[in-house]
Design a protein around this ligand. Sequence first.
Ligand code: B12
Ligand code: SF4
Length: 491
Amino acid sequence: MKILLLSPFYTSPFKYSESFPPTGLAYLAAYVRSKGLGSPRIYDLSVRGKSRQGKFWRHGLEDGEIAGLIRNEDPDVVGVSCQFSCRYTNSLSILDIAKRAKPGVITCIGGPHSTLFPGKAVENAAVDFCVTGEGELTFAKMLESLQATASLKAAKEKLVNEEGLAFMMDDGLVFNKRKTYIQDLDMLPFPAWDLADVEKYFELNIPYWSLRGRMMPLLTSRSCPNRCTFCSMYRTHGPKWRGRSAENVVDEIEQLRDRYSITSFNVTDDNFTYDPDRVIKICTLICERKLDKLSWNTPNGISIKTLNRDVVRAMKAAGCTEVNLAIESGDETMRNQVIRKNLATEKILEAVSFVRDAGMRLNVYIVVGMPGETKETIASTISLLGKFKAYGLGIYYATPYPGAVLWDVCSLKGYLPPDYEQNISREDHLVHSQPVIRTESFNEAQIRKWRTKIARFFIIHNLLEIMRWEIRKPFLLNIPYLYKRVRILFS
Ligand code: B12
Ligand code: SF4
């Protein structure tokens, strides 16, 4: 059976690319291959081609080219990943193209967005199956059933009790909720990057904070035990944190170096430092196997609660060059009651001192515009940022995503624009990069102003720190970065 796994094209107001290797698809491909369930192939439809469409850039192949690719590959099954809600409409359109390019092809969708709306997904005539949550075992079961039966109808009959899978039968929707998640992640083969065009990402040279070039993602654990109110991650990856063994993780790093000559990797876990002993073990093994020449970072943020000096020192010794800390807000009520981060200000300052004492570059994340934000809470955030030096700031507008508590709160209180629910699945509405919440105490324009105020303060306060790191880079590499910073100052 020939299986084509596709990552969708995307639209953006910016010309520069934001494509990253699709870890989820690479795990799926590796697993089905290891089970002998046919020959999978991964195509990221966003890495080739770029065209202007009105105010936006379409990154990736045109519809006709996608149809051509499907006809050429001639797959039996096409699977599309929908990692971000805003790409859902694009993902559906790809399955529609697949059905028209090759009538009779079996189609499947998976990923965080469709996981929350499986019934809606399979109502669509172009979607035969929707795999919800962690996909490996369920996708394999689906393929097994297709292989073992003569028709789609017969395959579906065999799958009526399969958990995590949604599809339509003559008498309506079949969907059994997922209850189990893979406990022993070491049983999974490493992501099948040999089935994707990884050289294309190296060529695109997209920065991930300060790293770029021959860089690959590394997922050492899945899920997170915390429940920040803006986060919906656990709805896909389950309630419990699950970690791979240190040996298994370091074997993968070794393979990435030997096969793809990577010079860096980024740890894309939700909560890399949840188990500090495991992190120290990973770092010790990296050093023992002389993999510490590779640079790495933690762009998704690491758990501040479990961070200690030994962990940070071990990370630095193992080649970690920068650490991102999600502090979210300087106001304790916002951080702990509204966001439910359960994180004391003292703990943040302690973690900051560990990172700075270790001589690593520090980036922090802030979220603005959660319900309850006022000019006083913004002042507290500025005050906290004023207590230490950092290099980078990721400052995001609070955005309600389906499945997150924030979504329920904002819907209930009428804090969202009228067509928000429809627009969240469309990239041209840019809900992920614009303020969308409006409460009794602020509107979108106010939130923009507050965001700029924080960004401006950050740059002025950290000017020397920023220059200290920038000066180490070749001059030409600095120009775009410095230009962006100066624009924020005067915007
Ligand atoms: C790394 C990461 C990024 C990275 C890189 C993403 C990449 N392509 O690798 C970057 C930095 C680019 C990123 C950006 C953003 N991210 Co992000 N990101 C993640 C993160 C932490 C890990 C992704 C990952 O590698 N997962 C590991 C793999 C194994 O899991 P998976 O992708 O879910 O795939 C599994 C299943 O879903 C399923 N599956 C997936 N696809 C398919 C397809 C088929 C056919 C089948 C059968 C199954 C299947 O099987 C897979 C294997 O088990 C996730 C959270 C998470 N834990 O998933 C958030 C997450 C995806 N991001 C999220 C968000 C909000 C964003 C941003 C919008 C943030 C922002 N405000 O800027 C931006 C989007 C920017 C844009 N322009 O679109 C949200 C998405 C919520 C939503 N409903 O849209 C998530 C879920 C986190 C959260 N807070 O809830 N992100
Ligand atoms: S710590 Fe991060 S991954 Fe965990 S719930 Fe909060 S935002 Fe989500």
